[in-house]
Design a protein around this ligand. Structure first.
Ligand SMILES: [Zn+2]
Length: 278
């Protein structure tokens, strides 16, 4: 027997190939992910629950992807708009040359995170969603939210008592998920009939900025861009899952539970609190 230590595991390699073919930012299904969880033709009744300490209805994430797909790399300009970023620089060299198509593949993109409650989650088969759940969405939806705020009739769509539900309709355009036909409901509704549940839902939110992965250093991002990365993708992915799913719950949920009075909504509230607690 040779003592040559041949340590390549073929099964591990196969797993790795599978992962590379299906890159994801995170793997958990406790968050709302319409592209993965909704079928063409589905309509989700979504209520947005912003955190006012952000003075915004959503949290913006500025990121890059290699060639415009796969893993998300937070742009160093997320937290410091003067920071140097190899992705931004590379993109600019293409734009300067007039190659806007390649430039766009490396340019920074924006997505927006908000806490939401999917009112018809059960009907859509989304029983794993956190309550409230996190939804990271793109520019189309964000512009619809912005337009609603400026609309005199709708305005504060996220108000828990006098707000409006957002009807998210999953369509498809050139094989890509498309949500263009989504719109706000035309009648005011409550976030939930039981105000104790509303309180518990609002208290269960955390600052979504905490979920954004910190930007890698200039050198690390350069290495990734040049294909010389020593960063372990696997570790990264685990971190992302961990960061994404950590629900930072307030201590007051126990109080809310004790406080629950015997109403018709009681079972509903207990179920919600159990879900929030789990
Ligand atoms: Zn950048």
């Amino acid at each position: 027997m040779s003592d040559f230590d041949f340590d390549i595991d073929i099964n591990e390699l196969r797993e790795r190939i599978k992962e590379d073919d299906n890159p994801k930012f995170e793997d958990d299904d406790t968050k709302f992910n319409p592209a993965k969880q909704m079928k063409v033709g589905d309509e989700a009744i979504v209520r947005v629950m912003p955190r006012y300490d952000n003075k915004h209805w959503s949290v913006e994430h500025i990121y890059h992807q290699l060639n415009g797909k796969g893993r998300f790399y937070t742009c160093p300009q997320q937290f410091d708009h003067t920071a140097k970023c190899p992705f931004c620089e590379k993109s600019k060299t293409y734009y300067d040359r007039g190659d806007t198509e390649t430039g766009a593949k490396f340019w920074k993109k924006r997505r927006f995170g908000a806490f939401v409650r999917v009112k018809n989650a059960e009907e859509l088969g989304l029983t794993n969603l956190d309550e409230p759940t996190v939804w990271w969405y793109g520019k189309t939806i964000e512009s619809k939210f912005k337009a609603a705020i400026e609309d005199d009739e709708i305005g504060a769509f996220f108000h828990p008592i006098e707000g409006y539900d957002f009807k998210l309709r999953r369509g498809e355009k050139k094989d890509y998920p498309n949500y263009d036909s989504s719109d706000f409901a035309r009648a005011k509704t409550k976030l939930h009939d039981n105000e104790k549940v509303i309180k518990a839902l609002f208290e269960a939110r955390h600052d979504l900025v905490e979920d954004i992965e910190p930007a890698l250093s200039y050198e690390e991002l350069s290495d990734i861009l040049n294909g010389n990365s020593s960063v372990s993708e696997e570790d990264d992915r685990e971190d992302a899952v961990e960061n994404g799913t950590t629900a930072r719950l307030p201590e007051t949920k126990e109080e809310a539970k004790e406080d629950a009075s015997t109403t018709d909504d009681d079972a509903d509230l207990q179920a919600l609190l159990a879900k929030i607690n789990s």
